[in-house]
Ligand binder design. Structure first.
Ligand code: ZN
Length: 331
């Protein structure tokens, strides 16, 4: 089921300037790109951050749709269909648009894990800011070193950026259903506490664009796994979840009665609200509810703005970045 407003508010974003999305989010035009940003983070002058959008690069998909053939896409991840040099040029544009040309881009080889890497120190390589270099595996990074642009790639999964405004440290997290199930956001906060003395109540969280409950159908097994891990899991699934996972012995009867006569029984499915799940996990990690900002935009519904793996299969990658500006006024 697609959201009703798939194209409804498209015009609002076309050629978006500094526009308000609401709930503490806005679009900003810079260097030919449209950057989605979280206003409370944008107000911190020692923080650079942004969630990328679809256009403004030099990549092009071999699309069947005419309008896509000429589209210049900002693909920021290395994919089978795109040339490496295109991605590198797109990444240069991304750093430029963020006004972070002197930052070192720190991506990850993402593996749907709960592994969080501490970055900074001797292993950074400022000489080649957009090169993949020696990229480590994992799905989250934390740092308190200025000049590094921690960046996670997404095309439906949820990007989460954390900023500790008192101890001055940051995190970038990639949370799909597997990472969410493993509480990766909570583990990132825990690692910030351990490494930097971060107090969770000082952390601001920006939960960026990902696939919404409107489009994110998952199978019975996923619902069962969440139900076994979280007391409030039912709140993150649609009403079918009760029938899927509510009983101790799951009852297949509601599904049997839904099948038209003579038709094979469809596998039971429900829809998952990843953003709501991660919000709850962050609150349990000690964050204040009022410091957690959900952008609420669905990557699958908003194909005009974002890349969606579920919707497109062959598509680009968004980059979601946060860094600390080098400053002498650090307290
Ligand atoms: Zn959607």
């Amino acid at each position: 089921m697609k959201s009703r407003d798939r194209n409804g508010d498209k015009a609002k974003f076309a050629g978006a300037g500094d526009e308000t999305v609401g709930n503490g989010w806005r679009f900003r035009r810079s260097g030919g790109l449209t950057i989605l940003e979280c206003v409370p983070l944008a107000r911190l002058d020692w923080i650079v951050h942004g969630f990328s959008t679809r256009g403004g690069g030099i990549s092009s998909l071999l699309a069947s749709r005419e309008e896509e053939k000429s589209a210049r896409l900002l693909n920021l991840g290395f994919t089978d269909w795109d040339a490496r040099k295109n991605v590198m040029e797109n990444r240069v544009r991304w750093l430029k648009a963020l006004n972070a040309e002197d930052f070192t881009l720190r991506p990850l080889r993402q593996v749907h894990s709960d592994a969080i890497e501490l970055v900074g120190g001797a292993d950074s390589s400022p000489s080649r800011p957009v090169s993949p270099g020696s990229v480590r595996s994992g799905d989250g990074m934390i740092s308190n070193q200025p000049g590094l642009l921690l960046s996670v790639q997404t095309a439906d999964c949820l990007p989460i950026l954390l900023v500790d405004s008192k101890q001055r440290s940051i995190a970038a997290i990639h949370a799909g259903w597997r990472g969410t199930l493993q509480r990766i956001a909570m583990k990132a906060v825990g690692k910030m506490r351990m490494e930097f003395g971060t107090r969770p109540e000082n952390v601001v969280a920006a939960v960026g664009p990902g696939i919404g409950p409107c489009c994110y159908e998952v199978g019975y097994e996923v619902a069962r796994e969440f139900d076994s891990q979280f007391a409030d899991a039912a709140l993150w699934f649609d009403e079918k979840f009760e029938r899927l996972a509510g009983d101790e012995e799951p009852n297949p009867l509601p599904w049997l009665t839904m099948a038209p006569p003579g038709h094979p029984l469809p596998p039971p499915r429900t829809s998952l609200n990843l953003a709501a799940a991660n919000r709850s996990i962050l609150i349990r990690a000690g964050l204040r509810a009022q410091y957690i900002f959900l952008c609420g935009l669905c990557t699958s519904c908003r194909g005009d703005l974002f890349f969606s793996y579920r919707n497109e299969k062959t598509t680009g990658r968004l980059l979601n970045s946060v860094g600390m500006r080098p400053t002498s006024s650090s307290s």
